[in-house]
Design a protein around this ligand. Structure first.
Ligand SMILES: [Zn+2]
Length: 416
């Protein structure tokens, strides 16, 4: 381990200058994917990369790759980055931190005159947030072959219907490079945690071992509509009473698999939704998350059992449990995760292993390249909010860990 440091003041200054583009009155950022402001941020990033001696290429879905040459041009690059787009009421660090940390690494290596064996590429992925064009992580998803290019380009703006492809053309970022197909030796992404764990533990570095798996369900409970007055209690088949018992079970399943399980019912619709009619039908959704597929499968079994039991105990209801979406847990590459952990230890930074609760470009990149992530705390665990904040010293520590872990890979490549 080299224990190289980065220039934290320069990193912070770049983050603050970038945050001016789309700055909101409450101190946040609104820089939607493929908007004029996104284009302005992209141009600033490219200018800084070119000033740092990088060669910049843009692919057809608008992903930007800034390459710092290595000693051996035949080697696949070691890549790092994140995204420049934000939520409508987003913060200054989500995404921007990972891109600016990559740029700071290039600047630091330039200061040191450090030549790596493999090239280093700093990437800014298109439309990570998925708030203007859904789904999320479109640029990295197309790069990783999760989505077809045409699917990505045809994503409509949620409000106006204009496509991502048309907007990329308009802002001058429908690039000429084919998407994907260029080999990546390793991918590292630095990101704010967007949760409260590191701050509570007073650890500046989270060694991200993987991302949670998710199972989403749509559940329909059917009973019988009847008059709220003349129908005696023992005669009722009240779908909402059954659904309430099922929703309580969802919450209990989440608690039973602590600390990593998450279990949420976020949408409920009762019908006919009339105050003096016993509900005949209820539709609700379930969102289960866990980093371990075995546990996620056990949660699935418990959900189905709980729904059957609640239906039987509520006057003999019918229940349909439909799995709507499944996203498998993504373990990151053990060797790269080890490099992040070793770099944190060598730099004397308190650190702990952590699982990503949110989706990131790294989750798709893990399908095509060895991947790892570095988390740093954010104040109060708050993100996707204009008050999102992070401490300069934590951002600096995360960037230094990223640099040293990445350098291990950039040199390892030569020995592969
Ligand atoms: Zn992000």
């Amino acid at each position: 381990m080299r224990n190289l440091q980065v220039n934290g003041e320069r990193l912070w200054a770049s983050l603050m200058e970038l945050a001016q583009i789309g700055a909101t009155a409450k101190g946040g950022v609104c820089r939607l994917a493929a908007s004029d402001l996104d284009a302005e941020a992209r141009r600033l990033f490219i200018r800084w990369c070119e000033e740092a001696g990088c060669t910049v290429r843009v692919d057809r879905i608008g992903n930007i790759f800034a390459r710092r040459a290595g000693r051996n041009p035949d080697l696949a690059p070691v890549m790092t980055g994140s995204h420049l787009d934000t939520q409508p009421t987003g913060g200054r660090f989500d995404g921007a931190y990972g891109v600016m940390a990559g740029l700071e690494i290039v600047r630091t290596l330039n200061d040191l005159g450090y030549e790596t064996e493999a090239p280093i590429e700093v990437v800014a992925w298109t439309n990570e947030e998925g708030s203007r064009f859904s789904p999320a992580m479109v640029g990295s998803g197309v790069f990783a072959g999760v989505f077809d290019l045409s699917y990505g380009l045809e994503r409509p703006d949620n409000a106006t219907g204009v496509t991502l492809g048309a907007e990329l053309e308009r802002i001058g970022f429908a690039g000429s490079e084919p998407v994907g197909g260029h080999k990546v030796a390793a991918y590292f992404e630095a990101h704010i945690e967007q949760g409260p764990i590191l701050e509570a533990a007073q650890k500046p570095i989270g060694v991200v071992t993987g991302a949670q798996g998710q199972r989403w369900y749509e559940i329909t409970v059917t009973g019988q509509e009847a008059h709220a007055g003349p129908t005696p209690m023992p005669r009722r088949r009240d779908a909402l009473v059954g659904a309430a018992r099922m929703i309580d079970a969802v919450n209990r399943i989440g608690h039973a698999h602590a600390p990593y399980a998450c279990a949420t019912v976020g949408f409920v619709q009762a019908s006919p939704n009339s105050r003096n009619t016993i509900p005949g039908r209820v539709f609700f959704t379930v969102d289960f998350r866990h980093p371990n597929d075995v546990v996620l499968t056990e949660m699935d079994r418990e959900l189905r059992q709980a729904c059957d039991d609640a239906a039987a105990a509520s006057g003999g209801l019918e229940v349909e449990v439909k799995e709507f979406w499944y996203f498998p847990p993504t373990p990151f590459d053990p060797a790269l995760v080890g490099r992040v952990r070793d770099a944190a230890a060598a730099l004397g930074q308190p650190h702990q292993d952590i699982i990503s609760g949110a989706g990131h470009d790294a989750v798709y990149m893990a399908r095509v390249a060895p991947t790892a992530m570095v988390f740093v705390p954010c104040v109060g665990g708050i993100s996707h909010n204009e008050i999102e904040d992070a401490k300069p010293e934590d951002l600096t520590a995360g960037c230094a860990v990223l640099l040293n872990a990445l350098l291990e890979s950039a040199e390892q490549t030569s020995r592969a």
